[in-house]
Design a protein around this ligand. Structure first.
Ligand code: SF4
Length: 415
């Protein structure tokens, strides 16, 4: 009952927040250059497309991918000219490692342009070759995140990943060989896929623990409105009761030896790069279909790849839509993201919002505290065990709202 209320409220709230204004150019000039910010770079190319995926991605085309990286490097220069000094870079996709030499050149420019301390790149298991990993390490990548989803061969076949990335056994072997190359090797896993059973989940957890991954991120299945019918027809209904049971099982198996980095990310060591939306208050989104959050403004770059390349070539920011968040929206965003990272430092938010943080969000704080989701121990609010699952629900709905927005923009760009 409570979970259903949180789902409904979160759905309404995020659908409202993702309504962007069209047209106009937002002012992306940094207000305070010393603030730590992240550079997010999106590479929308994949060798083949997975049927359940709601990310902005297209089938890989070599010449388009080259032109795209060329445009990305121009966009990096546009941000450098605005005065940004990013301290970390996160390259997501799609499949960022689909064209390694171009990725290296793009990362090299980012490194030359900004005082980067952290570099994180996403990849797929078929790209975990010695050659690729050596190249990524040489350029300074210290976190590699690998899309695994499951080691179960039947599930991998259902997800259309078995032929592309190999059997669960082959993927586990590749992960073992990749351990030690980077500070953090992360496995992106999925739970609550309709055909996933409790024993499949347990076996996946056994394998992850046996490999000894540095970090494990367990995402719940997130289906956007547009892909819902396809997913339901192909794989079956999504059962949220099963989602809760599976989540608690994951936590029970992983914590300890792992610690929470966020409500769904588990790390072995203390000083590791976690999720950028938790670690950084602001981030720039570069590349087609990227979403950024700067100056209290959420903005999206055009999803039309050809248009993106043409706009950047003219020296224009390729922003297609943006929304300025009200003071209350910004506080709510911080409340959501900080607690997704397990704790919220009250004095820091009081300082950031001139002391009114408590007064504006008292109802949210009270409701989650009464529901047993939050606990206060000076100077922090912490997520309780119950609160962790509440935040999984809210972040699931947050990303579904982002996916719905992406679907809308992709349809607009005739993709
Ligand atoms: S799940 Fe990953 S590999 Fe599959 S289409 Fe989406 S981005 Fe590409």
């Amino acid at each position: 009952m409570l979970n259903a209320i949180i789902t409904r409220k979160a759905k309404q709230e995020f659908a409202r927040a993702m309504k962007f204004d069209n047209g106009g150019t937002p002012d992306l000039t940094p207000r305070d250059v010393t603030k730590p910010r992240l550079l997010y770079i999106h590479i929308p190319f994949c060798e083949q497309l997975c049927p359940y995926c709601s990310f902005h991605r297209v089938v890989f085309n070599e010449s388009l991918c080259r032109d795209y990286h060329h445009a990305l490097r121009k966009e990096i220069i546009l941000y450098r000219k605005l005065g940004y000094a990013f301290s970390g870079v996160y390259v997501g996709g799609g499949t960022p490692t689909v064209m390694m030499e171009e990725l290296e050149e793009t990362l090299f420019l980012a490194k030359q342009s900004f005082p980067l301390r952290e570099m994180s790149v996403e990849t797929n298991p078929n790209h975990l070759t010695d050659k690729n990993m050596t190249a990524l390490k040489r350029i300074g990548v210290n976190r590699l995140s690998v899309g695994i989803q499951s080691f179960d061969n039947r599930l991998l076949k259902d997800m259309d990943r078995y032929e592309k990335y190999g059997s669960g056994e082959a993927v586990a072997e590749r992960l073992l060989q990749a351990l030690g190359y980077f500070d953090t090797l992360n496995a992106d896993m999925m739970f609550n896929f309709p055909s996933q059973t409790a024993s499949i989940l347990d076996r996946d957890l056994d394998i992850l623990l046996e490999i000894g991954m540095d970090q494990i991120t367990y995402y719940p299945l997130m289906v956007s409105d547009l892909t819902r019918d396809t997913v339901y027809k192909t794989f079956g209904q999504v059962n949220y009761g099963k989602e809760e049971q599976f989540y608690h099982r994951i936590v029970e198996r992983l914590v300890p030896p792992y610690r929470f980095s966020s409500a769904w990310c588990f790390s072995k060591k203390a000083a590791m790069i976690d999720e950028y939306i938790v670690d950084y208050d602001e981030y720039a989104g570069l590349g087609s279909g990227s979403v950024g959050y700067l100056n209290g403004m959420c903005y999206a770059n055009t999803f039309d790849i050809a248009k993106y390349i043409a706009q950047v070539a003219r020296g224009e920011m390729p922003v297609m839509a943006y929304r300025s968040f009200s003071g209350k929206d910004r506080m709510r965003y911080d409340f959501l993201m900080k607690l997704f990272g397990m704790k919220l430092h009250v004095p820091a938010l009081k300082e950031k919002y001139g002391g009114i943080f408590h007064r504006v969000l008292w109802l949210d704080i009270l409701a989650f505290s009464l529901a047993g989701g939050l606990r206060y121990r000076k100077p922090y609010f912490y997520l309780t065990k119950r609160g962790c699952y509440m935040w999984v629900i809210m972040m699931r709905e947050f990303f579904i709202a982002v996916n719905n927005f992406r679907d809308f923009c992709r349809a607009h760009a005739a993709l």
